[in-house]
Design a protein around this ligand. Structure first.
Ligand code: PGA
Length: 256
């Protein structure tokens, strides 16, 4: 069985002090939640402080991006090994905001996923269509193209590696808009992703890889989304900035 995984993507929010206040609350409130894996993705500047604060907790720390080289003349970039050093165990890769505003492509996503896994990080790789693509009937093609990028350089993952690969299905039209995919809409794409994994990676990958849903997940829609058979947790933006909402979403991911 796949352990549901809920990650809070804080985006460009929170100072170090604000980050510590939030994770301290999360630690206190989620300490007893055993059946759900929980992570937070603070901005780079707060990663190390947050990781230290969470040392005695099961909440994991993720970066929001990483570079694909380990060192060199790449001003402004952060290497996977540096993220490990800062206490991170995961990195979000290929978020739609990076694709939209920062030139992320399927090719760079593939390189980043490979580099993150090689450094021992887990990779949360994001896929998902825009509203125009959904309306144009190309959702599955777009998601398939994103998946090909994610897995381009991964090779044949062994069982241990599968634990460290997560796909986040995030329809761009649902991110930060308050307009969430219905559970049926999300499940349809999640099932497509699982089928793609069976055909293009392996049956073991399809069974083990967790597929998160992301896009306006809130306490009041989380239970219905998490009930779908192929939804294995959530990547949460706005609602992860307040402890009460994020805690409620984490609890909603608990298997029935
Ligand atoms: P949202 O963001 O929950 O604010 O829609 C989700 C995400 O971008 O990961």
């Amino acid at each position: 069985m796949r352990t549901p995984f809920v990650v809070g993507n804080w985006k460009l929010h929170k100072t170090i002090a604000e980050s510590l206040a939030l994770v301290t609350e999360l630690k206190n409130q989620l300490g007893a939640l055993r059946e759900v894996a929980v992570g937070v993705a603070p901005p780079f500047t707060a990663l190390n402080a947050v990781a230290k604060r969470l040392e005695d907790s099961s909440i994991v720390v993720s970066a929001q991006d990483c570079y694909w080289e380990e060192k060199g003349a790449f001003t402004g970039e952060v290497a996977p090994g540096m993220l490990r050093d800062a206490g991170c165990t995961w990195a979000i890769i290929g978020h739609s905001e990076r694709r939209q505003f920062f030139g992320e492509t399927d090719e760079t996503v593939g390189k980043k996923v490979k580099a993150a896994l090689a450094a021992g990080l887990g990779a949360i790789a994001c896929v998902g269509e825009t509203l125009a693509q959904r309306d144009g009937g190309t959702t599955f093609q777009v998601v398939e193209q994103h998946l090909r990028g994610v897995f381009a350089d991964v090779g044949a993952p062994d069982a241990a590696l599968l634990e460290r690969i997560v796909i986040a299905y995030e329809p761009v039209w649902a991110i930060g808009t308050g307009r969430t995919a219905t559970p049926a809409q999300a499940q349809e794409v999640h099932a497509f992703i699982r089928g793609w994994l069976t055909e293009n990676v392996s049956a073991a990958a399809s069974a083990a890889i967790r597929i998160q849903y992301g896009g306006s997940v809130k306490p009041d829609n989380a239970v219905a989304l998490m009930r779908e058979p192929d939804i294995d947790g959530a990547l949460v933006g706005g609602a992860s900035l307040q402890a009460a909402d994020f805690v409620a979403i984490c609890r909603a991911a608990k298997p029935a």
